[in-house]
Design a protein around this ligand. Structure first.
Ligand code: FAD
Length: 589
């Protein structure tokens, strides 16, 4: 190779140009050429059950990256290659005579395994790897170190650890120039070697084989359409991409009063047009918004407010406080690795014998191969209490479908499915209801549904918040349950009713006073509203009437059963790594 570096910049969690420390590191090499690559990582695009809404956001982010590249250098564009990194990168190193591989550091458990493997492959090819952090306020590894090597399990620990680390770095500018790519002709359209786990990724579902071409049907590295990927059209109205992200942030910051006095608990899960919080989470997830940009734009606004002698909100309820929660969950995952995402084996997750336990995933953490390929499923432990798992499974399915017969829960679940985003307190409601405050179903089952449907799905935040809501970690006040009748009225009954009617159209004509508890509505009024409260949600219509299901259980009764169960579980005091949990002898306690 020549003297000047030949660089692959591997886009992953950082689909942006503003405040990208990793991209800056690549450009600081003063490379002769830079190849900006996005490749199909089987974990993110295949194994992680992403629905059409998240895909849409991803494709919009990729389009935006490519447009920005062209804007900075007309010879550039994003090189999208439809193969997994482990088989692809060595071929690229060779074909393009690469000297450096640069990317944003990713501390997700899966990503660490993958990147360790990538590092080995790069070593074999004589390629230097540069990995730079920029995804959360603090590098989770440093946060953990400053927390005595332990997972960050509460916000005080995060605040103390972050004081030791120092200030959140100020965002850096977007690059003004980017060198040309080298020659990009590639003939990679051959079967990837078939050794080990399926790291490769072929365009799924699409019947036309020609789409499996690694550089797109036209051989031009183009970003695919939803149709090409074989996905149904997305239903979300939220949009992705750095341009949208920065415009949305600017809109938030422009409302200085909102920004400086934001208090999470006061925001309404029933507000939907527009929502009451920033809806920047999917941008943070895809890295189309830098969280440090977000942090400093908010902090500067807060500081200006303070200087004027005005009252501002404080962490953890303030906007910067929200970002600290995000860091907290990243820190927990960084310390616990793969085990963070499950109960079994997890030293920090309480064991609860749920009615419907998750299948136990026995990820072998020593092997990237096992961790990255399909989960191995061993038989689930027998449920502990007297509800049979068929009944609990039905509750789970009805929760998922938004047909529980509890309108506030159903409206939220349908909003989640169609839009891919629900307000934090809406997530509280449905997660509590599925687990310790209603169905007594394992939090891992719920986390899987969120993983599929959220546009902002982030392993650390999803898993961590599910543990919080199920009182298995981070939070323990299990006697505090959300009522599906009362909670949605907290921000005004009329607003709650509007929200329910928007997402549960069967109830559109029901008088507001019955909307949270429609069984109280007299039959004559139900008929006037063109509907009947009847059945289990499997039937939509009866004659001229739309059907909305009866509540699937007596909530007050279920709440008592759940609290009793949680009390017993807390008395057992077992965590997921306890030998009694692992060998099933907890039953003898
Ligand atoms: P805002 O209130 O405007 O907050 C600003 C940012 O702070 C958010 O964009 C987000 O990045 C961060 N943030 C806020 N609250 C939290 C929190 N509790 N935990 C972590 N980060 C937070 N958030 C995700 O980003 N991805 C997930 O997969 C996810 N799964 C969740 C699952 C459950 C069961 C629950 C209860 C919460 C989950 N959250 C998740 C956290 C939170 O609900 C969302 O981040 C938030 O609702 C996003 O909306 P927003 O951008 O308007 O938030």
């Amino acid at each position: 190779s020549g003297d000047k570096p030949r660089v692959i910049y591997w886009f992953r969690t950082d689909l942006r140009f503003h405040d990208s420390p990793a991209l800056k590191a690549a450009l600081d090499l003063k490379p002769e050429c830079l190849y900006p690559v996005w490749c199909w990582d089987p974990h993110y695009v295949y194994r992680a059950r992403g629905g059409p809404n998240r895909w849409k956001i991803l494709l919009e982010c990729l389009d935006d990256v490519s447009e920005s590249l062209k804007g900075i250098n007309p010879k550039q564009k994003l090189l999208l290659i439809r193969e997994g990194p482990i088989t692809l990168l060595p071929k690229l190193f060779k074909a393009w005579n690469i000297s450096h591989l640069v990317f944003e550091k990713d501390t997700d458990a899966y990503a660490r395994d993958r990147d360790t493997r990538v590092q080995e492959l790069a070593n074999n090819s004589g390629v230097e790897v540069i990995s730079v952090y920029g995804r959360t306020l603090f590098d989770p590894d440093e946060l953990v170190k400053a927390n005595g090597g332990k997972p960050t399990m509460n916000i005080t620990q995060v605040e103390r650890a972050s004081e030791k680390i120092g200030h959140v770095p100020r965002p850096i500018d977007r690059p003004k120039s980017i060198p040309d790519p080298g020659k990009i002709t590639l003939n990679l359209d051959q079967d990837p070697p078939n050794d080990g786990p399926d790291w490769s990724f072929e365009m799924r579902k699409h019947p036309d084989k020609s789409y499996s071409k690694l550089v797109g049907p036209k051989g031009d590295f183009a970003i695919p359409t939803m149709d090409e990927v074989g996905l149904l059209p997305a239903t979300t109205r939220h949009k992705g991409g750095e341009s949208v992200a920065l415009a949305s942030l600017a809109k938030v910051i422009k409302d200085t009063n909102y920004t400086a006095t934001f208090e999470k608990p006061k925001t309404a899960p029933t507000a939907f047009e527009p929502p009451d919080t920033t809806v920047l989470s999917h941008h943070l997830h895809f890295g189309s918004l830098s969280c440090r940009e977000f942090y400093w734009r908010v902090q500067d606004t807060v500081d200006r407010y303070k200087k004027q002698g005005k009252k501002t909100s404080q962490p953890p309820t303030s906007l910067t406080g929200q970002l600290l929660f995000r860091d907290m969950y990243f820190g927990a995952q960084a310390a616990l690795g793969h085990l963070f995402s499950q109960t079994i084996g997890n030293s920090h997750c309480r064991f609860v014998p749920w009615h419907l336990p998750a299948k136990v995933s026995t990820v072998n953490k020593d092997s990237a191969k096992d961790a990255a390929s399909a989960d191995r499923l061993s038989p689930a432990p027998e449920p502990a209490y007297d509800v049979d798992s068929t009944e609990a499974e039905q509750w789970f399915q009805r929760w998922r479908n938004g047909t529980t017969g509890f309108p506030f829960v159903d409206a939220l679940m349908r909003q989640l499915k169609t839009e891919g985003w629900i307000h934090h307190l809406g997530r509280h409601m449905v997660a509590c209801f599925l687990t310790r405050g209603g169905c007594y179903v394992d939090w891992q089952r719920g986390a899987e549904v969120f993983e599929e449907w959220l546009i902002d799905h982030e392993v650390a935040c999803n898993v961590g918040n599910w543990q919080w809501l199920s009182c298995t970690a981070f939070y323990s006040q299990f006697y505090r349950c959300y009522s599906p009748y009362a909670f949605g009225k907290k921000w005004g009954e009329a607003q709650g009713a509007r929200f329910i009617k928007r997402f549960v159209p069967e109830l559109a004509n029901m008088p507001d006073k019955y909307i949270f508890e429609p069984t109280k509505c007299p039959i004559s009024d139900q008929k006037k509203a063109g509907m009947l409260i009847k059945g289990d949600g499997s039937q939509e219509q009866e004659g001229e009437y739309k059907l909305y299901p009866k509540p699937m259980f007596d909530f007050a009764e279920r709440r008592e059963i759940c609290i009793r169960g949680m009390k017993k579980a807390y008395e057992m005091g077992l965590y997921g790594n306890n030998p009694k949990v692992l060998d099933g002898t907890w039953r003898e306690l």
